[in-house]
Ligand binder design. Sequence first.
Ligand code: FE2
Ligand code: FE2
Length: 256
Amino acid sequence: MAARWCALAAASAACATPSERGRGGGAAAAADRAARRAGWPWLAPAPTLCAVQHADAAPPAAYVTPSAWALAQAPHRDELLVEQAHLEKKAAAAAMQFLFRVPAPAAALRGLSALAREELAHFERTLRLLDRRGVPFGPQAPAPYAERLKQGCARTMPERLVDELLVAAVIEARSHERMQLLADARRADDVELADFYADLVGAEARHAPIYVELAAHVLPTDAVAARHTALLAHEAAVLRALPFAPRLHSGAPAEA
Ligand SMILES: [Fe+2]
Ligand SMILES: [Fe+2]
């Protein structure tokens, strides 16, 4: 699908075409050069001309989860729900941290703030579902997925910040895929749980592009797109190496 380009920041009076961005001219580029000379490139002011690829232009996932993964999770629904609460809490915390680190304009940060609040609402909703089902919420060993994804991130700024934002996008996109599979798999035998996952799916679909768009306030979109593709390939390798487990981001069952 062809990439579409849009104005994201409230300050953006007009959208730049891809070729205009390729030239890298204008006030944004000057501000970027000044910040680089100062040694703090990742604190460069957000571009006044923004060109951000929409989610429908995001590179495709390099790994597709087999439906057997969701079927194999059937006996583990309580453990998955406890993990869901932890994941929502972590997602809110990650969004809050990015609020302090990403040099994006107010409009983009408002979207990130709304995302953080939405993750907390998901956390509270998951806790209510656990309560209704009589499942206690408590500590749980985390899956290795997120940590392994971060091992693929650059070590130096500003590339590191972009990679961390893109890892967040990759996790959101994978969560979207997995929750849709769980909603479909539970529809026949657990309507309450199927509805729960189906309701969350829409939010995860909206969250991934928010992180990609934020990354485009740190580095040019072509660099962001290249890192996004590389991190999706890294994620595919991580998932293929992980064993099946009662976790949202586990590997597939051996027979799949
Ligand atoms: Fe969420
Ligand atoms: Fe999310």
